[in-house]
Write a protein that binds this ligand. Structure first.
Ligand code: ZN
Length: 173
């Protein structure tokens, strides 16, 4: 029985993202760099953002502002501004939510098992603040095979041009 349990554990580890600690996955809030109380998040976020990011809600499909948005730039966490996805990983998935086939940086996102609504899914949360972003599926059409299905409400887009402008302003003359 113990051997079976161990092999199942290894299968689970092998199937999930390699290189991350299981403890991080189970308790992303414990590791999140940005820590705020519910009241602080409520004050900072809009009601829609709070519902998705802090209460793991889902926006209605085909309603999000980034569902059919294909400009060049970065998608940042709407709660803490961490860069999560780059535009070159975004693809049209026809599922009604912005979809990406990879993350901007390996440690930008934490995955954890979500057994809500009688399904077993992989929830993805922002590694920096623990905010709920969406779910990860392995049915992606691109080479990575991954489909990060993300709520538009949970992310903010910054175009490449805007980023260059910001960089220039920050450089001392
Ligand atoms: Zn965040």
């Amino acid at each position: 029985m113990r051997t079976l349990f161990l092999s199942l554990s290894f299968m689970f580890l092998a199937a999930s993202c390699v290189g991350q600690e299981t403890s991080t996955k189970e308790n992303p809030e414990m590791k999140a760099k940005v820590q705020k109380t519910d009241a602080e998040w409520k004050a900072k976020l809009s009601p829609e953002e709070y519902y998705v990011l802090r209460e793991a809600g889902t926006e209605r499909p085909f309603t999000g502002k980034y569902n059919l948005h294909f400009e060049e730039g970065d998608y940042r966490c709407a709660a803490c501004d961490a860069v999560l996805f780059a535009s070159d990983s975004k693809f049209e998935s026809h599922c009604g939510w912005p979809s990406f086939d990879n993350v901007a940086e390996n440690d930008a996102i934490i995955e954890r098992e979500d057994r809500s609504f009688g399904m077993v899914r992989t929830e993805v949360v922002c590694a920096n603040c623990g905010g709920h972003l969406g779910h990860l599926f392995d049915d992606g059409p691109t080479e990575s095979g991954m489909r990060y299905c993300i709520n538009s409400v949970a992310i903010d887009f910054q175009s490449k041009k805007e980023e260059e402008k910001t960089d220039k302003q920050e450089e001392p003359k």
